[in-house]
Design a protein around this ligand. Sequence first.
Ligand code: PEP
Ligand code: MN
Length: 331
Amino acid sequence: MLVIMKNDATEEQVKAVIREIENLGYRGIPMPGAQRTAVCIIGNQEPVDDSHLLALGGVKETIRVTKPYKLVSRETHPQPTIISIGNVMIGGGKPVIMAGPCAIESEKQALTIASLVKRHGAQVFRGGAFKPRTSPYSFQGLGEDGLKILKKVREETGLLIITEAIDHTNIELIEQYADIIQLGARNMQNYSLLRQAGHVTRPILLKRGFAATVEELLMSAEYIMSEGNAQIILCERGIRTFSDNTRNTLDLSAILSVKEVSHLPVVVDPSHAAGRREYVIPLAKGAIAVGADGILVEVHNEPMHALSDGMQSLYPEQFATLVKEIKTLTK
Ligand code: PEP
Ligand code: MN
């Protein structure tokens, strides 16, 4: 349930509403908006008796939230969420471009790719230091050494850094180095990790699991937000279907579905969806045309020698073309 405050409600009145919700045995989360403040009630299994709440000063009305997710729902927060980090805005209308290799392999590799993607228009540099690999024998990432390289990339290029936390043992470490923490498809339903992500001070990019519905993705985002972190970017990265022509099937309609029911920004990762670089540019353009708030794309200066995901990594010049084409789409 949402308690909608009057336009002129005071902070004290909002606090009194939260106290009353706590007296009822639930939690009240204030959701300040452009027009009005709402207080979202979470933790109730059954409908809440709103008679005490309606009697409080500054309360305009109560509204039932019909979705199982509350805080990430548009019913609770009608305006789109814009995430600002430095001078980069995600969800603000201009698509954000996040690019870089699948994995950080060496300082030279990372700095080379970072300066190329920056020159061609990226605002955020991606690269895994801890890699969740299907095979235990594949390259697992450089670990903290990779994070130190990412720090250097930020210092030398000014790009923001996104990198993945793969479990509860490293999320706090990642927090010290990253501007955005990525939670991968394999971890979308790792609930203890999601809860921890709710306590970090960085925005979270949450990838859709390959067998997850849009509702499940939103419920996972709700885990993060219910712990206090409202800075969440959702990412469609392809799901597993019977189609075997691509690594995964990019679900472009998920962008529309998320935007219809949630205020969170959505970006698209065409690289892990396609699995092959030839498909990445058209899929990325499709995503932007459908309304994605940005793209997360793999780029490598020597994809043939990449330690992971070389086949789907764009050559830097292809990345330059992609950025140009996105600009013409969003003029
Ligand atoms: C990645 O971004 O390199 C990655 C491992 O992605 P996903 O979790 O989508 O497979
Ligand atoms: Mn990858």
